[in-house]
Ligand binder design. Structure first.
Ligand SMILES: [Zn+2]
Length: 216
């Protein structure tokens, strides 16, 4: 079982990192931000290392040879996915956020299951990040978490879970889609921090994300 930290009564927020083992250094940034803001956050759970075996290997694929973020299917075979599913069983959330690192792009960006384009929150996020880093704009590619479409100034509305011809949801294996389909949360955001950044800058990006997109 991955370690799960619970704070407060209930579960307003779900925070997840360490889904991909080669994206381990952002975990410390998330831990710092959560520690800084835990009183203000109220109730939340945090799983810092969603895939303990991938973190140990420091590879994208886990010890089962799987990309964890392609393994949240309807009947998951991955033991690490099964462990998370079991751990999340008692919880539903207002907002879930997962934290990743991007090895290709040098700019910061995020995916959002709700369209917040034009909102003061997103404007504040863009302004704050722009002070310390660049915001990525461009096309997604096949290295990305969710394929297709364009990222605009560090922001993209993620494609919703699709349904097949019979009206059944298609589980593509993404953690966020799984949680949305299962009704675990109504809202999911994914932050992507450039892998090549210095640790202090990663800390700063995650801190600013918490200030603008989560706590405001
Ligand atoms: Zn990732």
């Amino acid at each position: 079982m991955p370690r799960l930290f619970a704070h407060g009564q209930g579960s307003r927020f779900g925070f997840f990192s360490g889904i991909h083992g080669d994206e381990w250094s952002v975990i410390a940034s998330v831990q710092k931000a959560i520690l800084t803001h835990q009183a203000q956050l109220g109730s939340f759970i945090f799983i810092p290392e969603c895939s303990p075996s991938a973190i140990q290997l420091r590879t994208r694929q886990n010890g089962e040879g799987l990309d964890l973020n392609r393994s949240f299917v309807k009947n998951p075979q991955s033991q690490e996915v099964q462990a998370i599913v079991t751990q999340l069983q008692p919880y539903t959330f207002e907002l879930c956020v997962d934290f990743h690192e991007d090895g290709q792009h040098s700019g910061v960006y995020m995916y959002d299951s709700l369209n917040q384009e034009g909102s003061p929150k997103l404007a504040a996020f863009r302004a704050a990040i722009s002070e310390v880093a660049s915001l990525y704009s461009g096309i997604d590619d096949d290295m990305d978490e969710k394929l297709g479409g364009e990222i605009n100034q560090g922001y993209k509305v993620s494609s919703p879970p699709e349904k097949d011809q019979t009206g059944e949801y298609v589980y593509e294996g993404f953690f966020d889609h799984w949680a949305l389909i299962q009704g675990k949360t109504k809202h999911w955001m994914t932050l992507e921090v450039p892998e090549k950044m210095a640790q202090a800058q990663k800390d700063q990006i995650v801190e600013l994300f918490f200030q603008t997109m989560i706590l405001s």
